[in-house]
Design a protein around this ligand. Structure first.
Ligand code: FAD
Length: 280
């Protein structure tokens, strides 16, 4: 199916993009990997597309104690770069879709799209990332956990652009993003973003977030608390694994039932925690 007729605007900078978006029924176009299919299916019918995909000012990775990533940074760029203390980002980026998707899709597009099965939302939630959002009113910052509101819904309003994401390095943490898929290149059936800091045999901090198990990324603070200040014994791991599925009701669909997803969550967490403990 072809999309309905749409106007196209290519701004020279973010200021021009924001000016055009104000008062116009416009949608931002970044990599187009999620937006174009929605236009073709006529799920979305904006009057204009504002193409920010090639704005150099939004494409960067600035490393430091706090790393900042511009919104039009492509998946392949993140997949090619090891950011010290944030290795989980490279790990996740390399698992997004396939080579074609990674070549054009952007981190800002993925986060703004907020697909409940996408990979970055769980990762940036586990990292306690800060979203930096620009509109003509100025800049505002929001924690990742508050940014995601539900399926394909964020706190962004139509006059706003997700400009960059800010993340503190997790120095000395073991970190991994794992996803279970039915076929190579698929969205996650369940994905786990995990980072733990082990010092003198004790877990000093833990970050545990899942994708594919609800309307938005799910951070399990109960599971985190079960392993904090423990030696990560088999019993500590079992308690965390049970806590991770307490009170949640993952969706059932053609790829797996709700109970199956819960089993996958448990296996992913158990195996990953055991691997991290055994490697320390
Ligand atoms: C075959 C296929 C497989 C895929 N597999 C996976 C996968 O395994 N895991 C995964 O996570 N993703 C997957 N994706 C999605 C992919 O990651 C997309 O790149 C991503 O969802 C959207 O990024 P984009 O840059 O293409 O954004 P677009 O499609 O251009 O935009 C998506 C939405 O975000 C809005 N938007 C874009 N940028 C901004 C911004 N800076 N500020 C505000 N709003 C913005 C747009 O208006 C639109 O509503 C897959 C896509 C395809 C086509």
């Amino acid at each position: 199916m072809y999309p309905a007729q749409i106007g196209y605007y290519k701004p020279q900078n973010v200021g021009e993009a924001l000016e055009f978006m104000e008062g116009n029924d416009a949608k931002i176009l970044a990599g187009g990997q999620s937006l174009i299919p929605m236009l073709k299916l006529r799920i979305l019918k904006p009057k204009y597309l504002v193409d920010i995909g090639e704005l150099a000012e939004l494409s960067f990775i600035k490393e430091g104690e706090e790393t900042t990533i511009g919104s039009t940074t492509k998946h392949w760029e993140l997949a090619s770069k090891r950011i010290s203390g944030l290795e989980i980002i490279q790990n996740a980026a390399s698992k997004v879709g396939d080579v074609q998707v990674r070549n054009v899709g952007t981190v800002g597009g993925s986060l703004s799209n907020a697909d409940p099965s996408s990979d970055y939302p769980a990762v940036f939630t586990a990292l306690d990332a800060t979203m930096i959002i620009r509109s003509r009113r100025g800049l505002r910052e929001e924690k990742a956990e508050d940014f995601f509101k539900g399926p394909f819904t964020t706190s962004l309003d139509p006059s706003e652009i997700l400009e960059r994401v800010k993340v503190k390095a997790l120095k000395g943490y073991k970190q991994v993003y794992k996803k279970i898929v039915r076929r190579a290149g698929d969205y996650a059936l369940v994905g786990l973003a995990l980072a733990i800091k082990i010092d003198s045999g004790m877990v000093k901090d833990a970050r545990i977030a899942f994708t594919g198990v609800g309307d938005k990324p799910y951070r399990s603070r109960e599971a985190e608390n079960e392993i904090k200040d423990t030696k990560l014994t088999d019993s500590d791991i079992s308690k965390a694994v049970e806590a991770s599925v307490k009170g949640i009701n993952p969706p059932s669909d053609s790829r797996g039932s709700s109970n199956y997803r819960k089993e996958v969550m448990k296996r992913l967490l158990k195996n990953s925690l055991e691997e991290m403990r055994n490697a320390s």
